[in-house]
Design a protein. Structure first.
Length: 256
C-alpha cells in the first residue's frame, strides 16, 4: 500500500495519539529497541502510516505500571510548576511526612517517585485545591493535551464592587449568562462553561479548558472580584477529604 505523504506521521506522535504513551516516553522506548513496527524493531524518527502494526515490548509496560500519579491539595503560596520569585513549587510538598494517612491506595512513598513527577495542569499561587502531578505521559496528555475535554470544577468566592455579602442578589443575571458563554480572553472566545450560585457569596464553575488565570479574568470581565478559589474536582476524581498541604496516590481503579 502506498500511503501519500500526508497520511504518515512520526512514530512517537502516532503512539501518543493511540494513547500508548507520551511522545517523550515513545522516544525512550524506541531508543531501547522496545517498539516494533510490522514486526521490525523501529528506528528513531520512523514515519508510519495509519495501517502500521505497532507492538510494544512488555518491559515498557512494566516500567509504565510503576509510574505514579499524585493528587495534592495545594495550599495558597505554592506555584504549580517551576519555582518563581522565591515561591516553592508544589512538588516540594510531596514527601513521606505529608502523605495523607487516609490514602486508600496502600502504595508506599519512595524518592524514585519524584523523578519526572510534573504537574498536569496549573493552579495559580493564590488558588487552592486539587493539583495532579504525574510521571505518566498518558495521564498528562489526557488532562492537558490539545484535545482534552476533561471537566474541572471550582468553588469561587466573589465580591461585587463594595458588596461582599449576598453577592448573588446584587449581581445582574445577564452577568451570569456572560460567564456561561460569550466571553473572550486574549481575543479568543472561551468554550461554554457551567456557572451557578453555590451560595450567596460563592459560584461553582465547571470548565473544560484551562487558560491562564481564566476564572479570575472571566470574573473581572463582568465586574466580580475573586476572593477565594478552590479546585474540587478533575474529571471523576474529587478532592474529597484530602487536607490542605497533603497528598495521596491516584488509586489503581480511579480514572479521570
Amino acid at each position: 500500500m502506498n500511503h501519500s505523504v500526508e497520511t504518515t506521521s512520526r512514530l512517537n506522535k502516532r503512539m501518543a495519539e493511540l494513547g500508548l504513551c507520551s511522545r517523550r516516553e515513545a522516544d525512550a522506548w524506541i531508543a531501547r529497541g522496545w517498539v516494533r513496527v510490522d514486526g521490525q524493531v523501529a528506528p528513531m524518527g520512523l514515519q508510519v502510516g495509519p495501517q502500521a502494526r505497532i507492538e510494544v515490548d512488555p518491559a515498557a509496560r512494566g516500567q509504565q505500571a510503576q509510574q505514579v500519579t499524585v493528587l495534592l491539595h495545594k495550599p495558597v503560596g505554592y506555584v504549580s510548576g517551576q519555582a518563581e520569585d522565591g515561591h516553592q513549587p508544589a512538588v516540594t510538598l510531596v514527601q513521606g511526612r505529608s502523605h495523607w494517612r487516609g490514602d486508600p491506595s496502600h502504595l508506599r512513598f519512595s524518592p524514585a517517585q519524584l523523578k519526572g513527577l510534573a504537574p498536569a495542569g496549573r493552579l495559580d499561587i493564590d488558588s487552592t485545591g486539587l493539583l495532579v502531578l504525574t510521571q505518566d505521559g498518558r495521564v498528562a496528555r489526557q488532562l492537558v493535551g490539545e484535545d482534552s475535554g476533561v471537566e474541572k470544577e471550582y468553588l469561587v468566592r466573589v465580591s461585587f464592587g463594595e458588596v461582599t455579602a449576598d453577592v448573588e442578589r446584587a449581581f445582574p443575571r445577564e452577568g451570569l449568562a456572560r460567564l456561561r458563554h460569550g466571553l473572550s480572553l486574549d481575543g479568543k472566545p472561551l468554550k461554554p462553561a457551567r456557572v451557578d450560585w453555590q451560595n450567596p457569596e460563592q459560584l461553582r464553575f465547571v470548565l473544560t479548558e484551562g487558560r491562564k488565570r481564566q476564572i479570575r479574568r472571566m470574573c473581572e470581565a463582568v465586574g466580580l472580584k475573586v476572593v477565594g478559589l478552590k479546585r474540587v474536582r478533575i474529571g471523576r476524581v474529587t478532592l474529597g477529604q484530602l487536607p490542605a498541604g497533603q497528598w495521596r496516590y491516584l488509586g489503581p481503579s480511579e480514572r479521570f
